[in-house]
Design a protein around this ligand. Sequence first.
Ligand SMILES: [Fe+2]
Ligand SMILES: [Fe+2]
Length: 243
Amino acid sequence: MCELHDHPQPGRTRLILPMPLGQTHDAMLNGEKHVLDSLAPDTVMMMGDNPALPKVPEKPTLLDFFRTRINGITRRHLLTSAHRAMEQGMDEKVVLAILLHDIAVACLIRADHGYWGAQMIAPYVDEEVAFAVQYHQCLRYYADEANGYPYPESYNRFFGPDYAPPDYIRADAEHARNHRFYLSARQVTVFDSYFFDDTPAPDSEIFADIIGRHFRQPSQGLGFDNSPVAHMWRTVIWPHNAL
Ligand SMILES: [Fe+2]
Ligand SMILES: [Fe+2]
């Protein structure tokens, strides 16, 4: 619950319903019941800006999402990995793919993040960039020593050394290996390592030129261009909307 002052419907307490994803039947039911029981003349269900989150500008750009919605360890991971790729003179499209490869983890959803991330950006980037983002997820499970990618030690720690990816991951990795954009997706995995050191993340602004050249920013703002994925960006802007 939170009080609103400089937002619509001021003075009322906004109630946030539980997210359905990953809830058990009972937890969902209890959460929904709690909100319904709390409805009163001085409450409303959360719709629109949640004042607990940074405000997203009216016509948001990709960098606005980096400023307001791309968070946590993954924010640093994206900026650091892309910065390293840029410093090593990688192709700009590959740098952009690295900058965006885990965008879903950072602001939308973790499960199948490569697929969600690729879908979010597909209308705005070259096919090669969306491909690299989608397929980095499955290729991460398969070493390619010749191209500088050993199986990640971190995955042994995260998932256990006996983890076996599901069939769709194996099949998609196989598809990617035979694709003309394979090396771009593989490059994403090469730079896709976690740097748990104290170096601060670079400022997202250092990517402004690459984004300007390779990300087709809609003039109405991400979320408001009526594209097939606009709703995904709006969900990131207003994640707590009741409906
Ligand atoms: Fe990833
Ligand atoms: Fe990553």
